[in-house]
Design a protein around this ligand. Sequence first.
Ligand code: CMP
Length: 139
Amino acid sequence: MATNRTFTMLKPDSIEKGYIGAILEKINAAGFKIVALKMTRLSVAHAEQFYAIHKERPFFGELVEYMTRGPIVAAILEKENAVEDFRVLIGATNPEDAAEGTIRKIYAESISFNAIHGSDSDENAEIESNFHFSGRQMF
Ligand code: CMP
């Protein structure tokens, strides 16, 4: 089923470097409306669950350590064609491959520490949104 929502997390490196405002401004400027937003911190168990699909990958331990080392900002975003358009806005997983002007090109330091998450499908956008927000926190 088509949806007009996607889920994002500003990862710990973005918060550490003070990029929350700049990244949210870029998201708004690209036409996304923020319909849920919170600053929180993932436990190891939550990070392992969120990234369970990567648990056999060699970088899994490093990924969990990264995502739990400090606060994150989680948000649900609304826009027509949200999932696809947001992935264009954030750019490739590896900032070296990301297009000029994309969030990862500007703010990410490496493929491991890449500043921001964006859901890769409508189905995952819903699963990830429900993972972080209860119904009464979504507007
Ligand atoms: P994301 O695509 O949002 O979700 C999976 C994360 O794993 C990815 O961002 C990176 O933070 C990390 N990741 C993906 N590929 C690698 C890799 N080859 N080496 C290290 N970390 C990676």
